[in-house]
Design a protein around this ligand. Structure first.
Ligand code: NAP
Length: 386
């Protein structure tokens, strides 16, 4: 099911169906008409961006973030910097520094959880303890597995899994920048066959391209190849993708990591699907079949188009001196599932193990940084042992 919101005024700005089929939603869809109150827990880049768009679409939004965000919004307001100009969200958006404070401001119709994967469990428990009960929770993360932690806390019926394919950054507290317009938000209910209508309705008028999917596991696994590309290797070596893909051994490592994702998905019975703005199936088909030389060009092109010169998230985390990362829900998830299913995953294992050691500072980054031949040799060794 595809939902295109806010871009086709001829039919009330809202329609849904498969890519080649549009079904009109009735003009008086009750949930869409309602004034919604939405709380967003973990208001960094993603939470701030979605919150800003929802506020601009007339929803009442409360961001729960860190104290610098709360202070910035209170003193200067909240700004969205988009490719076509900067917009101020105005009165419809406020920020607080704890879930409890948000809950004291009154009931909500919808919650969004937009922390990083490794914070999902704690933030979900905080939401539950603070009394945010009974409403749907849209969890927008990358990687695989944090959705199960959310389901454990909120229950299958309340969780809606989200996958965002738009890149966003936080240049300073209270300001979020949308890097590129291509992309959107994929949604899938955690309970099979449940109606995502109330969540979809929240995005009416937001200008976000929203598409719903029947299988939340498909949605999360399909985003994983996009997160792995030009990310883990770039972090280990502190190098940009074009330098990495000049080394055939590293192209082989990258492609092998993606092939392992495909093997795990095949065995799990999870179908890869296209995401808003990203033909994931074609990309995987090409990458998994092309010879190394062809893949180097394809990878260079797709990573350059996707990242637009931005430093990938894991490398940025190491540069910022973070002690934890999402790699456990990325390469680590492939290794865990490969282990359960008896599928060898040496490429993801190598990258996951090195990155865990780098983030926990058990290894010096200088051991790997700028040394592609060292990682390529390690990969040859790991492949031989597998
Ligand atoms: N940025 C993108 O372009 C993008 C695009 C698609 C998907 N994603 C995915 O979306 C998720 C969120 O990414 P992001 O880039 O928005 O991360 P982010 O900018 O780090 O935002 C998360 C925010 O949540 C805060 N936080 C953590 N626990 C909290 C709590 N209990 N209460 C209140 N605030 C809390 C964090 O503060 P501290 O840092 O102080 O802990 C941080 O400010 C990740 O899984 C990411 O991979 C990101």
């Amino acid at each position: 099911v595809a939902v295109q919101i806010g871009s086709a005024p001829g039919w009330n700005g809202l329609g849904w169906g498969h890519d080649d089929e549009v079904v009109l939603v009735p003009a008086h869809w009750p949930q869409a008409e309602m004034m919604m109150r939405i709380v967003i827990v973990g208001a960094g880049a993603v939470g701030g961006f979605i919150g800003g768009r929802l506020a601009l679409a007339g929803k009442e939004v409360v961001l729960v973030g860190r104290p610098p965000l709360e202070q910035a919004v209170r003193t200067r307001g909240f700004r969205l910097v988009e490719p076509n100009g900067t917009r101020h969200t105005g009165q419809g958006l406020t920020a607080v520094a704890s879930v409890a404070e948000a809950v004291r401001s009154g009931p909500f119709d919808l919650a969004l959880l937009t922390v990083r994967t490794y914070d999902v469990r704690d933030a979900a428990l905080e939401m539950d303890k603070s009394g945010l009960k009974g409403i749907p929770v849209l969890c927008v993360q990358n990687g695989v597995g944090s959705e199960d932690e959310a389901i454990e806390v909120f229950g299958q019926q309340r969780v809606v899994v989200g996958s965002l394919t738009l890149p966003v950054t936080v240049p300073q507290p209270g300001v979020v920048r949308l890097v590129r317009e291509r992309g959107g938000l994929g949604l899938a209910t955690a309970a099979v066959g449940a109606d995502p209508g109330a969540v979809v309705a929240a995005f009416m008028g937001s200008g976000l391209r929203v598409r719903t999917y029947p299988d939340f596991r498909s949605l999360r696994w399909s985003k994983l190849p996009l997160n792995l590309l030009g990310n883990s290797i770039s972090a280990v070596l502190d190098m940009g993708p074009s330098d990495i893909y000049a080394h055939p051994g590293l192209v082989d490592l990258e492609v092998s990591a993606l092939r392992e994702v495909r093997s795990v998905c095949n065995r799990l019975g999870v179908r890869l699907v296209d995401l808003p703005g990203y033909p994931v199936r074609a990309l995987m088909w090409l990458v998994c079949r092309a010879p190394t030389a062809g893949n180097a060009a394809l990878l260079k092109w797709s990573v350059a188009a996707g990242r637009r010169g931005r430093v990938a998230s894991l490398r940025a985390g190491l540069k910022d001196g973070r002690l934890t990362s999402e790699v456990g829900h990325m390469n680590g998830a492939v290794v865990r599932w490969g282990g359960h299913l008896g599928i060898p995953t040496p490429a993801n294992r190598l990258l996951w193990e090195v990155l865990v050691e780098l983030f926990s500072q058990k290894q010096q980054w200088t051991h790997w940084a700028g040394r592609p031949e060292r990682l390529a040799a390690e990969w040859t060794r790991a492949k031989t042992l597998a």
